[in-house]
Write a protein that binds this ligand. Structure first.
Ligand code: DUT
Length: 169
């Protein structure tokens, strides 16, 4: 069966430039999921150091959406630069400046970020709100309570954590 492209036009997100000299977030290519966010600051991160960096923009997402701040793979692979809280969550009701908590994971080399550098990417997604319905017993499933490496695939897989918190290999 041929898959049909979804009929979705772009969602309009109101954005305010707190720092007028910086570019708006932008998609580098058609089809990209993330719009790049730039740094509003010059920062140097020592090995293992983190810093919360301004991006110069604030947004108002429509209800039912959230934006997620993701690391950029090139910065991660080349410099070990990631985000402490990846992905950061920007709530629909948040009107403050989007900030990015960068972390230099490299054990030896400092990372220098210059104002205007693209430091992270913002992925806007629909999100569901749920009603939590308390029950005594959950429905059975094939996975059950197995997780945390239970399916293997790594020589040093983490121990299995049971529903009661007990661990076993
Ligand atoms: O990487 C991030 C993560 C969050 N935020 C902003 C938007 C978000 O709506 C707000 C609160 O984020 P979160 O809910 O993750 O923080 P919290 O530590 O739970 O704080 P709060 O008690 O304010 O919800 O901070 C950012 O600018 N960048």
């Amino acid at each position: 069966m041929r898959s049909q492209p979804r009929d979705t036009g772009p969602v309009t997100v109101r954005i305010r430039r707190i720092d007028p000299d910086l570019p708006l977030p932008g998609y580098a290519h058609p089809g990209d999921a993330g719009a790049d966010l730039v740094s509003a600051e010059d920062v140097e991160l020592a090995p293992g150091e983190r810093a919360t960096v301004r991006t110069g923009v604030a947004i108002a997402l429509p209800d039912g959406y959230a934006a997620f701040v993701h690391p950029r793979s090139g910065l991660a692979a080349r410099h070990g630069l990631t985000l402490v809280n990846a992905p950061g969550t920007v709530d629909a009701g948040y009107r403050g400046e989007i900030r990015v908590t960068l972390l230099n994971t490299d054990p030896r080399t400092p990372v220098r970020v210059t104002r205007g550098d693209r430091i992270a990417q913002l992925v806007v997604q629909r999100v569901e709100r749920v009603t939590f319905h308390e029950v005594d017993t959950l429905p059975e499933s094939a996975r059950g309570a197995n997780g945390f490496g239970s399916t293997g695939g790594h020589a040093d897989a983490a121990p299995t954590v049971a529903a009661d918190g007990a661990t076993s290999r």
